[in-house]
Write a protein that binds this ligand. Structure first.
Ligand SMILES: [Zn+2]
Length: 320
């Protein structure tokens, strides 16, 4: 099964780092729930509190701190469902995130403090998903800051030397799980935890506004698992900055995988993604009429190719 045995890797500790409340639930919650059930200690780091996540005309900037507290409560509730022990909000402003040195340092501090075996992030390179979804810049900034916090910052003694004075010694992360990538090389079987993923996602009531994401989440997970014969899966690229790659991912089997992927990609005129455009809130020009457009699953499947890139939500309401 090649990369499949990757699915059975169960870290003892992990840190999930994302820009907004609900990013984690849309993308990697099945994997986190699986790891948590196996005894993994998980820290969930949410860089902003999603305080731009409303387009209701009655809300002005005075609503932002109220929304932030609401979304923090939703995230904590989701993490309780997933079995995540600790939730940390860094309080950066939603919609204005940059991959700054300050953010990298904050994440470095957390990695050195909690010493996770694995860090889970989005794709720092993703700008486009299909032709419908422009990746939210906060997602990309979060992923870039987190990746570079893992390497080199967390493990290099003389980067951010004041962290040493704070008592945070260098830490080497073994693996980085990156979701939403163009060419995944590891698939986690989430058949036993997809219901938990959906339940956790539904805790983000302020964003879902009554919409039930179950069908969509199952369709995404089926699409991701299909290539590997899994009923439901989440797909990743895995980096091993401080670990030998598993035996089953020998250079020969890797190059085979890569070759088949290359063949597929060359066969397609463009890389096509699953995107979260299935739920798209649009406001009329006058801001009075609200029209909800739900793209049908038929449309979703038109957009699916063997290269699957389920990723971030396209929801105008989440300017987050
Ligand atoms: Zn987001």
């Amino acid at each position: 099964m090649g990369a499949l045995s990757q699915a059975e890797y169960l870290p003892r500790s992990a840190m999930s780092i994302h820009a907004h409340p609900d990013d984690q639930e849309f993308t990697v919650a099945g994997t986190l729930a699986k790891w948590a059930r196996a005894g993994c200690q998980i820290v969930s780091v949410i860089i902003t509190s999603g305080d731009a996540g409303s387009n209701h005309p009655e809300h002005d900037e005075t609503y932002k701190p109220i929304l932030a507290r609401l979304r923090e409560r939703e995230q904590r509730a989701a993490n309780r469902v997933l079995g995540i022990q600790e939730t940390i909000f860094l309080g950066y402003p939603d919609g204005e995130l940059e991959p700054s040195i300050a953010l990298r340092k904050d994440l470095t501090r957390l990695i050195r403090k909690y010493k996770p075996e694995v860090v889970v992030i989005g794709d720092p390179q993703a700008v486009f998903y299909g032709s419908g979804y422009i990746n939210h810049p906060d997602h990309r900034a979060a992923a870039q800051a987190a990746l570079y916090a893992v390497f080199p910052s967390a493990e290099t003694r003389l980067i951010f030397p004041d962290l040493l004075k704070e008592g945070y010694e260098p830490h080497r992360v073994r693996r980085v799980y990156i979701h939403g990538v163009e060419k995944p090389d590891a698939w986690v079987d989430i058949s036993d935890t997809i219901a938990i993923k959906i339940k956790a996602l539904r805790k983000h009531k302020s964003q879902l506004e009554g919409w039930n994401p179950a069908k969509l989440i199952r369709e995404w997970a089926m699409a991701q698992g299909r290539e590997k014969g899994l009923r439901y899966a989440e797909a990743f690229k895995v980096m091993y900055p401080n670990e030998e790659q598993p035996e089953n991912r020998s250079s020969q089997s890797r190059s085979k995988e890569q070759q088949s992927c290359t063949d597929r990609c060359q066969g397609d005129s463009e890389v096509v993604h699953i995107w979260k455009g299935e739920r798209l809130d649009r406001r009329g020009q006058q801001g009075k009429q609200r029209q909800r457009q739900e793209v049908t699953l038929e449309r979703l499947w038109e957009d699916v190719t063997p290269d699957i890139h389920p990723h971030d939500e396209r929801r105008q309401s989440e300017a987050a």
